[in-house]
Design a protein around this ligand. Structure first.
Ligand SMILES: Nc1ncnc2c1ncn2[C@@H]1O[C@H](COP(=O)(O)OP(=O)(O)OP(=O)(O)O)[C@@H](O)[C@H]1O
Ligand SMILES: [Mg+2]
Length: 393
């Protein structure tokens, strides 16, 4: 069993730069958690505090219920794979993987035990045939696997990975991503994985922690952060191409809500309309978000259609990414699957052509203009020290 718990963890470098503010997270045994966010948001710093490579300025890190703040890295039961894994060039793959085991003195590990561990890790990683080679005779992906193998041979309760795939080319990265998913099934331990790539986060994580400027912006499953982003930052960070977001009027007529983007008027139908009513959201100016894949092409002009002009058509093969311009000059992105388009339809989807677009209630995300919180899904956190007073019966 290996749970990891971070409580009010803070990192202040040289007494000045606060890299991590008040980080709180409970990681379950065998959970795969991904820290994701733009460069400099504090992902590596947080991971390094768990590993013991960085002092914890405030708060506690617990592994399996034991506070590890003052434990040396080797005593924490963690293994770490870095972006710039350095393999020893003069040692074979076998010896590179055996290296951390040979360092262990108490108790010393027998050669048989080392052989057992290295060969079984090599088998899982599919590098058995390279064990006698030197690293320079391997491809980038194979070297990456050796680095992972070197971390795997140790008895670790938690596996920490900091951008392990970022210096591989795009194709190899996709392949290794799938391998990490399989590897995870085989070694079945607790993982914390750091990346700035939202695709990696979405595909690997049981839960994703989205960070910005040293703060956690949201913690959730891939589906939760995609479908119910807590705030504008998460909405725009998760999903590619990114969500279209623009200021727009939210109207209320009787018990119906409408949005009025770019001269159109579209009812917020379905579940989203119901949630706006339940939350009694105040009409007025909001930020509306619609993902490019949830924008539909309207067959004809009409009150619910937004008139635009196609600026650029990026042909992706299975779909087009249309960059379109509204009449007030806002650029939006529309994803259009190509599979069912005939030649005539394709010929109309070119730069300079007019295009009417629309979207349904279920495609809409609503954000407050000031706070940028999601008007439907953001839950106010109770302020510390303030008691929640329940109605006395
Ligand atoms: N040793 C240090 N001294 C002072 N500031 C530091 C130090 N290490 C990191 N920082 C600062 O702390 C912040 C968080 O850095 P961190 O390396 O954790 O970011 P990151 O999210 O891992 O970014 P990246 O995606 O670029 O790796 C940054 O503003 C960085 O400049
Ligand atoms: Mg980093």
């Amino acid at each position: 069993m290996a749970t990891v718990k971070l409580t009010n963890v803070k990192k202040i470098y040289q007494g000045k730069v606060t890299a991590v503010h008040d980080f709180n997270l409970d990681i379950a045994d065998k959970e795969f958690v991904v820290f994701v966010g733009p460069s400099g948001c504090g992902k590596s710093t947080t991971l390094r505090m768990v590993a013991g490579l960085e002092d914890i300025s405030e708060g506690t890190v617990e592994i399996d219920g034991v506070v590890v703040n003052d434990l040396q890295p080797r005593d924490r039961g963690v293994s770490m794979v870095f972006q710039n894994y350095a393999l020893y060039p003069h040692l074979t793959v076998y010896e590179n993987m055996a290296f951390p085991l040979r360092l262990q003195k108490h108790p010393r590990m027998s050669n048989d035990e080392i052989y057992e561990r290295v060969t079984s890790a090599a088998k899982i990683l599919g590098i058995t045939q390279y064990l006698t080679r030197k690293p320079k005779a391997l491809s980038g992906g194979q070297r990456q696997r050796v680095a992972i193998g070197r971390a795997m041979v140790r008895d670790s309760k938690v596996f920490l990975m900091d951008e392990p795939l970022s210096n591989l080319d795009a194709k190899l990265r996709n392949q290794m991503r799938a391998e990490i998913i399989l590897l995870r099934k085989k070694i079945d331990t607790t993982f914390i994985y750091v990346t700035h790539d939202q695709t990696e986060a979405m595909t690997l994580g049981d839960r994703i922690v989205i960070m910005k400027d040293g703060f956690i912006m949201q913690v959730g499953t891939p589906a939760e952060v995609f479908d119910t982003p807590d705030n504008l930052f998460v909405a725009e960070f998760i999903g590619a191409p990114k969500m279209n977001t623009f200021k727009c009027e939210l109207l209320r007529e009787g018990d119906k809500y409408f949005v009025a983007p770019f001269g159109a008027k579209i009812e917020v139908d379905g579940e989203k309309g119901k949630l706006l009513r339940e939350k009694d959201v105040v009409p007025g100016e909001i930020i509306l978000g619609v993902r490019p894949e949830h924008v539909a092409i309207a067959s004809r002009p009409g009150p619910t259609a937004i008139p635009t002009t196609i600026l650029v058509n990026e042909m992706m093969g299975f779909e087009y990414h249309l960059h379109v311009l509204t009449e007030d000059g806002t650029e939006l992105i529309v994803r259009v699957p190509t599979l069912n388009l005939n030649d005539e339809e394709r010929a109309k989807l070119v730069a300079g052509e007019p295009l009417y677009i629309t979207f349904e209630g279920k495609a809409m995300h609503f954000f407050d203009v000031e706070s940028e919180y999601n008007l439907i899904y953001h839950e106010e956190q109770p302020v510390e020290g303030e008691e929640i007073i329940e109605d006395a019966e």
